[in-house]
Design a protein around this ligand. Structure first.
Ligand code: HEM
Length: 500
């Protein structure tokens, strides 16, 4: 109430929310690494739309798909930009190239057009050979050293997107480029979030601390990132251009897009803008693709060890198609006959959304929604984690129940009614069809070749309560998993050779 008296809310109340503390807003009481837990508690208490303040930053948390569609889809003209504080942090890290955090602008529209040409539903099937090749390497790696499955998931996810974008082959071990990207992504995931932006906006001194000062990790991370950016953005791009000049470039998103430039424009300035757009959007692609794909695979694994009966049913479905004695490895054409595997993929994306708070949008202008005042500049957080726990839409939401996706008939691929995990409106994820295929290939192969089991003494119940989750923009569970081969390595290797 006191807040509303101080500002002109045009006679409308702000949405309900927890009482603000003076100055610090609601920052106390939030686990800043896992804010979706606090936001979801507020969702239960205050409803579908919640207002809070982090320091001086207005925050509106959207806790239902209904409100998210009303605001972010139907009023997308007002809600398609990113929070200025967040954009500022990105600039400080020289990450102003990143599609994901661009304000709504001509540059963003250009990036999204470039993505659309490569990643629309019909186009993505051209990436299948890359996805299958990497899936089979993943299986061989898991057969060799299953204890580091996280590393293999990471190599899988990053190799796919690097091959798709640049035809760049990641070395199976210790790839120097991968090491750079990993370090860079670790920082991105930790820092590029509205909660961090609110702190930095409040304490601009954080950007001015000398890097040697204890506690100045923000500045140190930024300096480190600024040195990495040219390598991450330019190196793979130049690799493509060099190969094109030498006439040795295999098809890739970047080489295809570069080849189309002269068809699109004869103007040199325009061509330069296009080339920059291609370079920057492709650098965004692997940042956006690798962590999210890897995290989804970790969630899948967790579900399989907590729900052995789901795993058994999935394996029965696979065996009924490719034969119990492994006559061949699964392939794309099998997907239509594997409704249960498809349901597992949908349920994996829903059970624990790997981007639990999506990516924040922002309000361009003041708005009134269902009587509530939404201030200009407010950070808008779509709480996908809580949407996934809507018991009306998903009964027993904390349980992993693939059957809930089976009612729509067999094998309708794609994220369908769980599309909220891919965001909203004009900013919806551009990679959703790509990841859908990568997940199918990985899930069906892992279940074909392994029985996944919990480590002895690891006592976690079916709600996954007590599992450790990494913190940040995307999140994944960290846990031990036993991979018991269902077929010999010799047989699997032999089939891989035959089917490649
Ligand atoms: C499980 C995997 C993935 C999930 C859950 C996911 C989720 C999301 C979400 C929630 C957003 C923000 C949407 C919004 O602002 O409302 C987003 C944006 C984006 N995603 Fe994904 N994503 C995944 C995989 C991928 C992949 C594989 C790629 C690339 C091939 C990709 C590329 C992008 C890009 C470029 C954006 C920024 C779009 C923009 O700001 O306009 N994502 N994604």
């Amino acid at each position: 109430q006191s807040l509303q008296r101080k500002r002109n809310t045009k006679g409308h109340p702000l949405p309900p929310g927890p009482p603000p503390l003076p100055f610090v807003g609601n920052v106390i009481g939030i686990d800043l690494d896992h804010p979706w837990f606090a936001y979801s508690r507020w969702g239960t208490e205050y409803g579908e739309i919640v207002y809070t303040r982090l320091f001086s930053q207005d925050i509106v948390i959207i806790n239902s798909e209904r409100v998210a569609h009303d605001l972010l889809d139907r009023r997308s003209h007002n809600y398609s930009t990113r929070p200025p504080g967040l954009v500022h942090v990105l600039d400080f890290f020289s990450h102003d190239y990143s599609t994901t955090f661009l304000p709504y602008s001509d540059k963003l529209k250009l990036h999204r057009r470039i993505f659309h040409e490569a990643f629309h539903l019909k186009a993505v099937s051209s990436f299948r050979p890359i996805q299958m090749r990497n899936t089979r390497s993943l299986i061989l790696n898991l057969l060799t050293s299953p204890e580091v499955y996280g590393t293999h998931f990471n190599v899988f996810s990053t190799s796919i997107i690097m091959s798709i974008m640049y035809d760049y082959a990641i070395a199976p071990v210790d790839d120097p480029f991968l090491a750079l990207v990993d370090r860079s992504l670790e920082i991105d995931i930790k820092l590029f979030r509205p909660e961090v932006a609110a702190v930095v906006t409040q304490f601009p001194i954080l950007e001015k601390l000398p890097p040697w000062l204890p506690g100045a990790s923000f500045v140190r991370d930024a300096i480190f990132q600024r040195t990495l950016v040219p390598m991450i953005v330019d190196m793979p791009f130049e690799h493509v251009k060099t190969n094109m000049a030498a006439g040795t470039a295999a098809p890739s998103v970047v080489s295809d897009a570069l080849k189309r430039i002269p068809v699109k424009t004869k103007d040199e300035g325009e061509a330069a803008v296009l080339e920059k757009g291609i370079k920057e959007s492709s650098a965004t692609a692997y940042a956006a693709a690798s962590g999210s794909t890897m995290s989804a695979l970790c969630v899948f694994l967790l579900a399989m060890i907590l729900y052995p009966e789901v795993q058994t049913r999935a394996q029965a479905e696979i065996d009924s198609i490719i034969g119990e004695t492994l006559e061949r490895l699964p392939d794309w054409d099998d997907r239509a006959s594997m409704p249960y595997i498809n349901a597992i993929i949908l349920e994996t994306l829903r059970w624990f959304p790997v981007a639990p708070l999506g990516v924040a949008h922002a309000a361009v202008n003041d708005d009134i929604y269902e009587g509530y005042y939404i201030p200009k500049g407010a950070t808008i957080i779509p709480n996908a984690w809580f949407m996934a726990r809507n018991p009306d839409k998903f009964p027993n939401p904390t349980r992993f129940i693939p059957e809930r996706h089976m009612s729509k008939g067999p094998s309708k691929p794609g994220p369908d009614d769980i599309s909220f995990v891919f965001g909203f409106g004009r900013r919806v994820c551009v990679g959703r069809h790509v990841v859908d295929a990568s997940l199918f290939a990985a899930v069906v192969h892992i279940l074909t070749v392994f029985r996944l089991e919990r480590a002895p003494g690891w006592n976690i119940g079916p709600d996954a309560e007590g599992v450790e989750w990494t913190g940040g923009l995307t999140t994944h569970p960290v846990f031990p998993c036993i991979f018991t081969p269902r077929h010999t390595k010799e047989r699997v290797s032999q089939l891989i050779k035959m089917q490649s």
